[in-house]
Design a protein around this ligand. Structure first.
Ligand SMILES: C[S@@+](CC[C@H](N)C(=O)[O-])C[C@H]1O[C@@H](n2cnc3c(N)ncnc32)[C@H](O)[C@@H]1O
Length: 361
């Protein structure tokens, strides 16, 4: 069913609020789009449950990244523009009307699909704790909702965790792909070394092939065009992944993961993890997923890392569950930023949470 004009206007206004601070360009453009019936009409053709604003801005960005020549480029830092957000709406509107057919084709057939490497700044400390707490055996990484699989290579990036209060920080690794994360609430359990990784496999309903230029450009187009640090990190991670394409199996995580857990080498600890994926599943799926992990843990030790932003939570939450000898212990380690810009350690990272991850919302 096509979205109503009222819904679209509200969606674009909310998007403008969401972008404020992080992306002055998109905050300004989406405020204008909310009042422009001609441009809003383009956003009506998206599939069910696909956020219209993300699709519209993604489609415009995709065409610019693909090389369309238009004055709008001057306002898009991702393609070299330096003009800033002021005065961007006139060329944005013209671009939308000029390329309306191509935009409609993308908006009506594609889904919002991201792969945010910055989240590794939050995931890695949890992986390192998982390794310590599961007996220091090599981890076998199994990512649910891996997208292009960029986060499966978490131990091949460089890290810089800065501290909000004293300017002190910690670094790890050396690579052109540099993950920068501000830590809040103390230094937290930051790793001094990468945990050993014995293998890595992703599962996704719609894997993105890093060697397919069109497919990977669509994922890049989801990044807000004036967030240049995010774009640089993404591009560096993609360049790396093209040399070592990640192993991502197509299918539903519930169907594929039990066997992948079972066949991981016996001297390893399967580490099942997911970031910003569980919100796409319904409550029944989540319950079955949790049950599946508890059942799998009867046969072998395993770790489960969840970085998810669910209903009623003010921000994403990082949980770690380690199952040893069939008994699981969950720790709510930290809260975090949705792109991975900061992590805020819980005062007592070892405190048990009120419920298991992935069961809420
Ligand atoms: C928003 S993306 C997040 C990607 C990545 N984890 C990250 O943090 O950047 C969510 C991914 O979950 C995948 N997904 C959704 N439902 C799934 C399911 N039932 N089984 C496997 N993957 C699923 C989607 O195809 C999508 O690639």
């Amino acid at each position: 069913m096509p979205a109503t004009p009222e819904y679209l206007e509200r969606n674009l206004r909310n998007f403008a609020g969401f972008c404020a601070g992080a992306s002055p360009l998109y905050a300004s453009l989406s405020g204008h789009v909310a009042l422009d019936a001609d441009v809003l009409a383009l956003a009506t053709v998206g599939q069910d449950r696909q956020p219209p604003a993300n699709l519209l801005f993604g489609a415009v960005h995709d065409l610019l990244l693909a090389g369309r020549r238009h004055p709008l480029r001057d306002h898009y830092p991702s393609v070299g523009g330096t003009a800033g957000p002021n005065g961007a709406y006139t060329p944005f509107r013209d671009f939308c009307l000029t390329y309306a057919d191509e935009l409609r084709e993308r908006i009506s057939t594609r889904r919002v699909q991201t792969n945010e490497v910055g989240r590794c700044g939050l995931l890695l400390p949890a992986f390192a704790l998982a390794w310590q707490q599961a007996g220091r055996r090599p981890l076998f990484m199994l990512e649910l909702g891996a997208s292009a699989g960029l986060n499966l290579h978490f131990d091949q990036y460089a890290y810089e965790w800065s501290r909000d209060n004293d300017g002190e920080g910690q670094t790890l690794g050396s690579s052109h792909a540099r993950v920068r994360t501000e830590t809040r609430g103390g230094a937290g359990p930051l790793p001094a070394a990468f945990p050993p990784v014995a293998g890595r496999i992703g599962v996704d309903l719609a894997p993105v092939d890093v060697t397919n230029a069109d497919a990977i450009r669509w994922v890049e187009a989801m990044i807000w065009a004036d967030m240049t640090e995010r774009l640089e990190l993404f591009r560096a991670a993609v360049a790396h992944a093209r040399r070592r394409p990640p192993d991502i199996r197509r299918g539903d995580g519930l169907a594929l993961l039990p066997e992948l857990i079972r066949v991981a080498p016996p001297d390893t600890v399967p580490c099942v993890y997911h970031s910003h994926a569980i919100y796409q599943m319904d409550a029944t799926w989540r319950t079955e997923f949790r049950t599946m992990l508890h059942e799998a843990a009867r046969s072998r030790d395993l770790a489960w890392v969840s970085l998810e932003w669910l209903k009623d939570d003010p921000c994403p939450r990082l949980d770690l569950t380690v199952f040893r000898d069939g008994v699981g212990e969950t720790r709510w380690l930290a809260n975090g930023h949705h792109h991975g810009a900061w992590i805020e350690w819980r005062e007592s990272p070892m405190a048990a949470p009120p419920d298991f991850p992935a069961g809420r919302g």
